[in-house]
Design a protein around this ligand. Sequence first.
Ligand code: ZN
Length: 161
Amino acid sequence: MEPTPPTADDLVHLRRCVQLAREALEAGDEPFGSLLVGPDGAVLREDRNRTGGGDQTRHPELDLARWAAAHVPAEVRPRCTVYTSGEHCPMCAAGHAWVGLGRIVYAGSTAQLGQWRANEPAGPVLPLPIGDVAPGVPLSGPAPELADELRELHTRAAARG
Ligand code: ZN
């Protein structure tokens, strides 16, 4: 299943994700932000990366999946959408799939992130695309409109080390 391009409505949510990513960077965390949106289009929860405190699993997508497991009925989760500034990593894609959430819309892809941060040492987890980890999840992305802003955020994060 190939990812589809984000729609104009998707872009509104993706812009908020990028704003949250900027807030995360300015707070000393990695520049990633995400939203959980319910079946009626209402934002249920937003979060941003919180790895600056030393817990490298504090990705917003995993925190949102765990929040959904605690607060959203199982039968409603497949109709929820997760918007995110950067495509889910394998850990977050697995969490998303295990709690039964629906579509994922991402602003920047894992492949783009690899290019933007190519000068950093490889992490401990393979940079697999979501489709290789959770093949049943409908996907949209990336959003070319947001690529320049994301590249700037990740270049700043990489420079900071
Ligand atoms: Zn992640």
